[in-house]
Every structure is written in structure tokens, then in C-alpha cells.
Design a protein around this ligand. Structure first.
Ligand SMILES: Nc1ncnc2c1ncn2[C@@H]1O[C@H](COP(=O)(O)OP(=O)(O)OP(=O)(O)O)[C@@H](O)[C@H]1O
Ligand SMILES: [Mg+2]
Length: 251
């Protein structure tokens, strides 16, 4: 099971939108996918996907259920874990509960090929816990200069803790492929110059009204408008993410 954490520092860049739709695109490629909503402040994956989960991470933190038992079926065959405010409870529950949680994460490999964490804005310890749990951190950046500096700041904190941490980037909400390339170039340049590391590009997802439309309609884009340009961009990113396992193993 490959574990990816979607992050990026800045709020509103499209972490949740991409985590959810890439999860569905991976499921459409035949992968068994669990999407873990690890955003403490604004857990909203269930709203975005139009599903209601009966159970959430609190039941696991309390010890009433195991992680596998709180999986909720979602669109395109993905399965959902609703974390929300229980993430804080998990962090406060002490090392024993945390160790149990970590072993339950690993047990998910019996039912999943891919686990995607959607994290909130910022880089506090609670977010870092999930980023460090992942095999790969996926930074979402937009052409907004503050997004590029926030993504860089996240990379900096991660690299400081682990110089070899695998980090890749999706550029979201660019107006053209040219702009998207420039954003990745700028972020990779500062990371190379100041941190001595190269970032891996997973491609880009351009600004598209079909994205806004799907969110307003609370209908998953990959189901509602699978032929839109944005859905095709996402399918390509999912392909790149799928190839990443092989790429990292051969590195
Ligand atoms: N490619 C895109 N094209 C158009 N709009 C987009 C695109 N990606 C995201 N958006 C818009 O950006 C908004 C914010 O997206 P999202 O909630 O996924 O961001 P986030 O990074 O998860 O935010 P937060 O930090 O609050 O969790 C969405 O409501 C959507 O309208
Ligand atoms: Mg979000």
C-alpha cells in the first residue's frame, strides 16, 4: 500500500479537491483507494463527495472500532475515513493509542492499494504527523506567489526532518500549461538553490469552471464531468502518481 499526503501550506489551493478527485481517478484505474480526511479544522471531504459517514475517527480514538470498520463507501468505489476534530483527540491520546492507530493504518493494506491523506492548511505538528506517515508528500501549489512560498516552507520543514523525504508537486489553478510549468520551475529552483533538493512534478490541473461547478453541485467531478479538461488533467496526474511507486523503487 502506497501512502500519499496532500499538503502545501496555503489554504484554499485545492488540496481537498485534488486529493478526492485523484483518489477517484486512481480507483478508475483499478486501484483500491482509501481517502483519509485528516483536516482537523475543516473536515469536508464527505460534503464534497456527497456522502454521509456513520462513523469517524473518534470511534477509533475511543477504542470502540478499528480503522477498517469506519471505512465509508464513496463514489467510484473509493473508501473514506472521516478524521475531523478527532485528529486532535488522537494526538492527545498518548503514545500507546498512537501506536495502535499506526498499526491499524498498516492493516489497511489488506483492503487498499493506495491511502491518501488530505491535510489542512499550515504545517503544525498534527499535519506533520500525517506528512511523515506518508511515503510521498504531494505539495499542491498555485500561481499565487504566497502559495509558492508556503509550499517551499513546507518542503523546508520536511527536508530538515528528513533530507531524503520524497516530495512531489501538483500545480493547480494555473491559466495555461505554460504558467503551470513556470510555477513548478520557480518552486523547484528555490528548493534546489536553498535546500539542495529536486522536486518531482506530477503535472498540473488548470483552472476550470467544471471544478467549481462540481463542488457547488456536491457531485464528484470524475463522475459528473469525466470528459472535462480538468477531469482529464486529474486522470493524468493520477497516472503519474501511480507510476511513482515504480520510479521510487528503481531510484
Ligand atoms: N482546478 C481548479 N479550477 C477551478 N477552481 C478550483 C480548482 N481547484 C480548486 N478550485 C476551487 O478552489 C476552492 C478551494 O479548494 P479546496 O477546498 O480543495 O482547497 P484546500 O486547499 O483543500 O483548502 P483548505 O486549506 O481550506 O483545506 C474550491 O472550492 C474550488 O472552487
Ligand atoms: Mg481542504
Amino acid at each position: 500500500m502506497r501512502k500519499f499526503a496532500f499538503s502545501g501550506g496555503k489554504g484554499g489551493v485545492g488540496k481537498t479537491f485534488l486529493a478526492a478527485n485523484v483518489a477517484m481517478a486512481l480507483a478508475q484505474r483499478g486501484r483500491r483507494v482509501v481517502l483519509f480526511d485528516a483536516d482537523l479544522q475543516l473536515a469536508n471531504v464527505d460534503v464534497l463527495l456527497g456522502v454521509q459517514s456513520e462513523f469517524n475517527l473518534q470511534h477509533v480514538v475511543n477504542g470502540h472500532l478499528v480503522l477498517r470498520e469506519i471505512l465509508t463507501p464513496g463514489p467510484c468505489g473509493i473508501q473514506l475515513v472521516t478524521g475531523g476534530s478527532a485528529v486532535q483527540g488522537l494526538m492527545n491520546a498518548g503514545p500507546k493509542r498512537m501506536a495502535t492507530f499506526l498499526s491499524q493504518i498498516e492493516e489497511l493494506q489488506e483492503v487498499a492499494d493506495v491511502l491518501i491523506f488530505d491535510t489542512g492548511a499550515g504545517i503544525d505538528n498534527r499535519i506533520m504527523t500525517f506528512l511523515r506517515l506518508a511515503d510521498e508528500v504531494v505539495l499542491v501549489a498555485t500561481p499565487d506567489p504566497t502559495s509558492v512560498t508556503d509550499a517551499y516552507a513546507t518542503a523546508k520543514v520536511l527536508i530538515k526532518k528528513d533530507p531524503h523525504v520524497p516530495i512531489s508537486v501538483i500545480v493547480n489553478q494555473a491559466r495555461s500549461d505554460k504558467e503551470a510549468k513556470a510555477v513548478f520551475g520557480a518552486l523547484n529552483d528555490i528548493t534546489r538553490n536553498f535546500l539542495g533538493r529536486e522536486l518531482h512534478s506530477l503535472g498540473s490541473v488548470n483552472m476550470d469552471l467544471a471544478a467549481v461547478d462540481s463542488i457547488r453541485a456536491r457531485q464528484p467531478l470524475m463522475e459528473r464531468n469525466g470528459q472535462s479538461q480538468v477531469a482529464r488533467d486529474i486522470a493524468k496526474v493520477a497516472g503519474a502518481l501511480d507510476d511513482l511507486g515504480t520510479l521510487r523503487l528503481s531510484a
